[in-house]
Design a protein around this ligand. Structure first.
Ligand SMILES: [Zn+2]
Length: 133
C-alpha cells in the first residue's frame, strides 16, 4: 500500500526562512568580518574578564555586568580594531546609547559634507537645497 512521504518534498525555489533573532555577534559580523575572527573573540573575552562591569554605569555609581567590549574610538574613525587600550566594557543599554550617539554624529558629518544618506534624500528641505543648485 502506498504511503505519503513523512516529510514534505524539497522545494528549492522557495527561500528558506531566515531566523529573525540574531545574536549580537552576528550583527557585528555583518558590519565587519573582523568581529568574526578568533583574534577579536579572544580580545573581547580578555576585556570582559579584566573589566567585568560596565564602565559607563560605574561612572554613575551603578554596578552592572558588562556584555560588550566596545571600541572607545570607533574603528570606523581609523582606530586600530585590535588595540586593547581602545576597548571598554559596557552593558547592552549603555552600548546601544553610545552607538546611537555615534550614528547620529556620523550622519551629521555626512550631511555637512553633502554626502546625503538615503533617509536625508527623502527630506524635502534637502531636496530643495539639492535642486536649487
Ligand atoms: Zn552600563
Amino acid at each position: 500500500m502506498p504511503t505519503l512521504p513523512s516529510k514534505s518534498p524539497a522545494r528549492p525555489w522557495i527561500p528558506k526562512a531566515q531566523p529573525t533573532v540574531r545574536k549580537s555577534y552576528q550583527r557585528h559580523a555583518e558590519r565587519s568580518p573582523l568581529y568574526d575572527s578568533p583574534r577579536w573573540r579572544a580580545l573581547r573575552r580578555a576585556q570582559l574578564r579584566q573589566e567585568p562591569c560596565c564602565r559607563a554605569c560605574a561612572a554613575k555609581k551603578r554596578v552592572t555586568p558588562a556584555v560588550v567590549a566596545d571600541h572607545i574610538v570607533p574603528y570606523r574613525n581609523g582606530s586600530d580594531f585590535f588595540d586593547a587600550r581602545n576597548l571598554q566594557s559596557l552593558c547592552t543599554p549603555c552600548h546601544a546609547r553610545k552607538s546611537a550617539q555615534e550614528g547620529h554624529v556620523r550622519r551629521k558629518q555626512a550631511a555637512s559634507t553633502h554626502q546625503a544618506t538615503p533617509s536625508l534624500r527623502k527630506c524635502p528641505q534637502w531636496l530643495e537645497m539639492a535642486f536649487r543648485g
